[in-house]
Ligand binder design. Structure first.
Ligand code: I3P
Length: 126
């Protein structure tokens, strides 16, 4: 139950818009579909919402994230040659999901990289 999980255990470490696309699920390649998301970084998860209103709604008991990435044991690194876009990074999870995230502003993109790296390094499976 998302609202309960949220109330009990999570706080927002970083929040804001990013372009993202899932490229692999359970180790299987997916067709790219870039979309803008409202992204929430917690000590455990990177959560992707359609927009900030959907995040507020989830906290009020309505709805759930579009995508929830488990950061325990995950890797995050520059996604060289994976995209024609600039400032693209990949998050690769233990269960074989890969998500690209991107921001036109390299400083913004890099600040997400560092924040996600910091969370991963604080988790048990790093
Ligand atoms: C894809 C779409 C993606 C692009 C991808 C294309 O075409 O243009 O934006 O990824 O390139 O295949 P379609 O919409 O027909 O699926 P980037 O923007 O990240 O380059 P790719 O095949 O080289 O991954």
């Amino acid at each position: 139950n998302w609202p309960q999980l949220w109330d009990g255990h999570m706080c927002v470490l970083k929040e804001g818009p990013l372009n993202r696309t899932k490229i692999t699920e359970n180790g299987k390649r997916l067709r790219k579909n870039w979309t803008i998301s409202h992204v929430i970084l917690t000590e455990l998860f990177l959560l992707f919402f359609k927009d900030s209103k959907c995040f507020v709604a989830m906290k009020n008991g309505n709805g759930r994230p579009e995508l929830c990435v488990d950061l325990n044991g995950a890797l995050v690194y520059p996604a060289d040659k994976v995209s024609s876009r600039k400032n693209v990074y990949v998050i690769s999870t233990v269960l074989g999901t890969q998500v690209l995230f991107q921001n036109e502003c390299n400083i913004q993109a890099q600040s997400w990289l560092y924040a996600i790296q910091a969370v991963i390094s604080n988790l048990p499976c790093n």
